[in-house]
Design a protein around this ligand. Structure first.
Ligand SMILES: NC(=O)C1=CN([C@@H]2O[C@H](COP(=O)(O)OP(=O)(O)OC[C@H]3O[C@@H](n4cnc5c(N)ncnc54)[C@H](OP(=O)(O)O)[C@@H]3O)[C@@H](O)[C@H]2O)[C@@H](O)CC1
Ligand SMILES: Nc1ncnc2c1ncn2[C@@H]1O[C@H](COP(=O)(O)OP(=O)(O)O)[C@@H](O)[C@H]1O
Ligand SMILES: [K+]
Length: 503
């Protein structure tokens, strides 16, 4: 797991590293500078003019160091240091001194009035005004400067974080006074705000660059936010032992589908079968029998009394695990049957789509859901459950609270899906791509998580691993069929390869 720290914690980690590694602060800055320049070089040639804007803190120290290293490599660089209060951090002052040692450096230190340079589309701006030390929205001259930079056609690359953007909560920020970067190269971990759709316009493409932090400081500094890596998932899976049989791997029951939405049941069932489950039974309205038995001979079918939708809660005793929701429809009889089903079930279940919509309009069902059950809403479904939010950050905080209050695992699906556990932790998966924004992708995820839960993985593990495999399958599908050409069924076809890649 990569820990995602609140920006104020980064200072503590820095301090601990400086004291205990030990490393001089200026050397730590130099490591950041080198990491940035190594990455920068891969993207921008010496054809560009590089215009560096540095601030007074260590983000500015990075910027001045980057300017020096790029000049050493014969890039054409001009540098502006903004120092309205006449105070530079010690590292910033030292990097200014080192920069000025270079002959004929084009360097301007600005104390008050500033006539900005003309910036063309061939220029690359390096934004080192503010980093993790930002403590209030930008105003005055800095706000003006940011607005000017944003108004030019120049490419913008931010150091660590776009200047003006907070690492976490930007609800109260002045949105006009934040750098709109094309790229952000950030140190050691993504900032939480990078994962929110509303901040894409500021962050652009982002990449984490590693610099050496003291491992103890990283281990001991608390956070509720984590980024899941392939290694985390690889070690989750147990090998399938020689003397095992289908009973070893669980019997999942999927309650899904209604007339016109039987495909959702089929996609979910197909994904569940491809996730290593021992057996799968699908509870379907009568109209779905022929389709399911033809499309997925591996799945067993349990028919509802109704022709078109779910009306009668099945006996759950034969099954290890239950998943409900894809394509279920929202008939009142279905709500009653869902209520009955939730009253009968004891072990954690997976709830998606219309199961969530029915719960949103029949809130008393919520208290009947077994603790640690997995809910997989997309943002609209979550808003129906928990009320509307003005930003993804606000929704995330609501999802955390919701998961804690109801002791559930909420998989808040989005481009970066957040898995919120009942303990208040949030696990992010950053794999997947916009090709997955296609009908049925969510049904596939439900099937994968159901399959893993049936095999005995802990609910939170099934959710995290399920989301990661789903995203990996999405990336493999996009590689084969392209983001535009892929459909949800391709995710199922790619699941086997996803397992092979990850494990
Ligand atoms: N481990 C790592 O990740 C490493 C991080 N490193 C780098 O260090 C960066 C963090 O440096 P930092 O702590 O010096 O903060 P930074 O953002 O440069 O400036 C803060 C200054 O700005 C001021 N200020 C704040 N808000 C303001 C506002 N709205 N308007 C005006 N002023 C404002 C505030 O002073 P104040 O006015 O509050 O007294 C303070 O003086 C980090 O992002 C990364 O680039 C690497 O070098 C090494 C490893
Ligand atoms: N832009 C994107 N990048 C990555 N993943 C995405 C993107 N758009 C959608 N997804 C994923 O695809 C799935 C869509 O789920 P959902 O909206 O429930 O679809 P459906 O209801 O059609 O099955 C989610 O897992 C989501 O995380
Ligand atoms: K910056």
């Amino acid at each position: 797991m990569i820990k995602i720290f609140a920006t104020e914690k980064v200072k503590d980690i820095d301090k601990y590293t400086i004291l205990n590694m030990p490393i001089a602060p200026i050397d730590l800055v130099e490591e950041a500078v080198t990491a940035f320049v190594n990455e920068f070089r891969n993207h921008y040639s010496k054809m560009h003019r590089i215009v560096v804007f540095a601030g007074q803190g260590n983000n500015g120290a990075d910027a001045l160091g980057i300017a020096r290293q790029l000049l050493d490599e014969s890039y054409k660089v001009i540098v502006y240091l903004f120092n309205p209060t006449g105070y530079l951090s010690p590292e910033c002052a030292e990097n200014k001194r080192r920069l000025l040692n270079i002959d004929q450096v084009e360097f301007t230190e600005i104390r008050d009035n500033f006539i900005p340079p003309y910036l063309s589309s061939r220029d690359v701006v390096i934004d080192g005004l503010f980093g993790s030390g930002l403590n209030r929205p930008l105003s005055g001259g800095f706000a003006g400067l940011v607005k000017y930079i944003n108004s030019t056609p120049a490419e913008i690359v931010s150091i660590d974080i776009p200047s003006g953007l907070f690492g976490e909560d930007n609800r109260e920020n002045d949105k006009d006074c934040i750098i709109r970067a094309n790229k952000t190269f950030t140190f050691n971990f993504p900032k939480l705000s990078f994962l929110m759709p509303e901040n894409e316009v500021y962050v652009g493409e982002w990449k984490v660059l590693n610099i050496n932090m003291h491992p103890q400081a990283v281990a001991d500094t608390p956070t509720n936010y984590y980024l899941v890596t392939e290694e985390d998932i690889a070690c989750v899976f147990q090998p399938r032992k020689r003397f095992t049989h289908k009973g070893t791997y669980g019997h999942a029951l999927l309650v899904a589908g209604s007339r016109g939405k039987l495909g959702a049941a089929q996609l979910s069932a197909g994904a569940c079968l491809r996730s290593g489950v021992g057996m799968l039974t699908v509870h379907l309205p009568k109209c779905g029998e022929l389709m399911m038995q033809t499309a997925l001979p591996e799945a067993m079918v349990d028919l509802d009394a109704h022709t078109d939708f779910f009306t009668v809660a099945p006996d759950i005793t034969p099954y290890t695990t239950l998943g409900v929701g894809p394509g279920l429809g929202q008939q009142i009889e279905t709500a009653v049957a869902l209520d009955e089903l939730m009253s009968a079930v004891i072990k954690p279940v997976v709830l998606d789509a219309d199961a969530l919509n029915l719960i949103a309009s029949n809130k008393d069902i919520l208290n009947k859901i077994p603790t640690r059950s997995i809910l997989t809403p997309h943002p609209k479904e979550f808003d129906r459950l928990a009320g509307a939010s003005n930003s993804a950050y606000e929704r995330l905080q609501k999802a955390r609270e919701f998961a804690k209050e109801h002791r559930l695992c909420v998989v808040l699906k989005d481009a970066y899906t957040a898995i919120c556990t009942s303990e208040g932790n949030v696990y992010y998966s950053v794999c997947g791509n916009p090709g997955m924004a296609t009908a049925g992708s969510g049904d596939v995820l439900t099937g994968i998580i159901l399959g893993l839960l049936a095999q005995g993985y802990e609910p939170e593990t099934a959710a995290v691993a399920g989301v990661f495999l789903h995203g990996t399958a999405g990336d493999l599908a996009a590689a084969q069929w392209s983001e535009r050409g892929m459909i949800a069924g391709d995710l199922i076809d790619s699941l086997g390869k996803a397992f092979k890649q990850v494990i």
